[in-house]
Write a protein that binds this ligand. Structure first.
Ligand code: MG
Length: 420
C-alpha cells in the first residue's frame, strides 16, 4: 500500500474559493501569470488565478518545507522527468557536434521545437503516465476485488498507450478511465520499436516479453513505481513486459528502488545508489548494470564531472543500464536540478531518456519549485502530469480507507481508475 499518511497530503495551504475548501499544492512558476494548482475534497485538480486574496493567503504562510514523503517531491519527480524529456526531445537523434553547431558551446539549455511545438514531451513521458495509471488501477482493483496482479493491470495500461500510437493490440484491452480520453496523448513521439512490437504481440496480460532487448524503453517509464511498496519488483517485472534481457528490466528495478530510497528515507543520492546495489546486486543478470553504476560512483567520488565527451565512456544511453548510468552521473555531480538536466541531454546519445531519468531523480530531491520557470511555462501536458501526481497521493489512500457511505468519492475514483 502507498506510504503516504494523511497529514502529508498536499495540505501546505488551505484556501476557500467559490465556496469550496481547497488545498493549494503548487504555484505555477512562470512568473507572468501566477496561477496555483489546488485539490478539492475529491482530489480533482483546479487551476486558480493568483488574485490578491490568494496572494495574501499564500504570503502569510511560509513556503512548505520538503520532508521525506512530501507529495510535492513526487510531483517534482514526474514534472522534472517530463521537463528533461522535453528538453532532450529536439536533440535525441543529434550527435554532440551537431548539437554544438545548432545551439552553441553550452548545448541546448531552453525548450526548442520538436514535433511541431516547444516543450513537446515524447513517448517516455507518455509511457510513464500510463504506468502510473496502471499502478493506480491495480490499487483500486486490489481494494475492490481483494486480489490483483499489478503486472496485468500495468500491461493493460501500456496497451492503452499502444492504442494512442495508432496500433491495435492482439489482447482485448479496456478502453475506459480518464487518461486515454486525453487526446493530447494520442501522438506518436518516436516510440521505441521494442515497446511497440512487444506490446502488439502480447496476448495475455502480465506475460513477459519474448525478446532479448535491453533498450531503455523499460527503465524510462518506471518512476511512478517508486511511490508504492515493492518498488524494485514492480518496476523490473513491469519493464519485463516489453524487455526480455535482464539488463533491460533489472536496471528499471534498480532505478525505481533508488527513487524509493530517496522518497522514503530522504538519504543522499549516493547512499540511495549504494543501498539499492547492496540490496539487489545478487540478482542473476545484474552484473552489467552493477558494474556500470559502480563505475559512475567511482567517477563521482574522484570528482570527475560529466561532459558531452566524457559521458560517452558510459555509452550513449540507448540501452537501459547506460541510460540509468548517464542519468545518475549527471544527477550526482549537478549543483542544481537545472544543471543536472542540461548535462544529461547534451551528448551524442538518447538525450530525452537520459534527461527524463535525471529529471525524475533531481525533481524528487529538490521538488517542483527547482524546475526553471521558463521550462515549465512551455512544458506540454503539465496539467495531466500534475493530476497524475496528485492522484498517486490521493487515490490509494482515499480508496483504501473509504467508507461504504462515502460513495461519491469511491464512484468518482472508480470512474477515473476502473479496476481492470
Ligand atoms: Mg523518447
Amino acid at each position: 500500500m502507498n506510504q503516504i499518511t494523511p497529514p502529508a497530503l498536499f495540505d501546505c495551504l488551505q484556501h476557500r474559493h467559490s465556496g469550496q475548501q481547497l488545498r493549494v499544492i503548487q504555484r505555477r512558476l512562470d512568473g507572468l501569470a501566477p496561477m496555483v494548482w489546488a485539490l478539492d475534497g475529491q482530489g480533482q485538480l483546479h487551476e486558480l488565478p493568483m488574485g490578491p486574496e490568494l496572494a495574501e493567503t499564500w504570503h502569510r504562510h511560509n513556503p512548505p518545507v520538503l520532508d521525506n514523503q512530501d507529495p510535492a517531491r513526487m510531483l517534482g519527480c514526474l514534472l522534472a522527468g517530463a521537463a528533461g524529456d522535453a528538453l532532450g526531445a529536439p536533440v535525441e537523434f543529434m550527435s554532440w557536434p551537431e548539437i554544438e553547431r545548432t545551439f552553441g558551446p553550452g548545448g541546448i539549455r531552453t525548450m526548442a521545437e520538436a514535433y511541431g511545438r516547444r516543450g513537446a514531451i515524447t513517448d517516455d513521458t507518455q509511457m510513464m503516465l500510463f504506468t502510473a495509471e496502471g499502478l493506480l488501477r491495480g490499487q483500486v482493483r486490489a481494494r475492490a476485488r481483494g486480489l490483483c496482479s499489478p503486472y496485468s493491470v500495468i500491461h493493460n495500461a501500456l496497451l492503452r498507450w499502444l492504442l494512442t500510437q495508432g496500433q491495435s493490440p492482439a489482447a482485448n484491452v479496456s478502453r475506459n478511465g480518464w487518461l486515454i480520453k486525453k487526446r493530447r496523448l494520442w501522438a506518436r513521439r518516436a516510440p521505441g520499436n521494442t515497446c511497440l512490437s512487444a506490446l502488439a504481440a502480447s496476448t495475455h496480460f502480465g506475460e513477459w516479453a519474448q525478446n532479448n532487448s535491453k533498450g531503455c524503453g523499460g527503465v524510462m517509464r518506471v518512476a511512478p513505481c517508486a511511490f508504492f511498496d515493492n518498488a524494485f519488483e514492480l518496476a523490473s517485472d513491469s519493464a519485463r513486459l516489453t524487455h526480455g534481457h535482464p539488463s533491460g528490466y533489472l536496471a528499471a528495478g534498480l532505478f525505481a528502488d533508488i527513487l524509493h530510497r530517496l522518497w522514503q528515507h530522504g538519504c543522499s543520492l549516493e547512499a540511495a545508489c549504494t543501498g539499492a546495489l547492496a540490496a539487489h546486486d545478487k540478482q542473476p543478470g545484474m552484473e552489467e548494470t552493477r558494474q556500470l553504476i559502480e563505475h559512475v560512483l567511482k567517477c563521482y567520488r574522484r570528482d570527475e564531472k560529466p561532459t558531452p565527451r566524457s559521458i560517452e565512456q558510459l555509452g550513449r544511453g540507448w540501452v537501459a543500464e547506460e541510460a540509468l548510468a548517464i542519468g545518475l552521473w549527471c544527477s550526482l555531480c549537478a549543483g542544481s536540478l537545472e544543471e543536472g538536466i542540461i548535462l544529461a541531454v547534451n551528448h551524442s546519445g538518447d538525450s530525452d531518456s537520459t534527461g527524463l531519468i535525471a529529471g525524475n531523480l533531481l525533481g524528487l530531491i529538490h521538488g517542483p519549485q527547482a524546475i526553471p520557470a521558463h521550462w515549465l511555462k512551455e512544458l506540454e501536458l503539465k496539467d495531466v502530469i500534475t493530476q497524475v501526481a496528485a492522484d498517486i497521493s490521493f487515490v490509494p489512500l482515499r480508496f483504501w480507507d473509504y467508507d461504504e457511505d462515502d460513495t461519491d468519492v469511491s464512484d468518482w475514483i472508480w470512474q477515473r481508475y476502473p479496476g481492470g
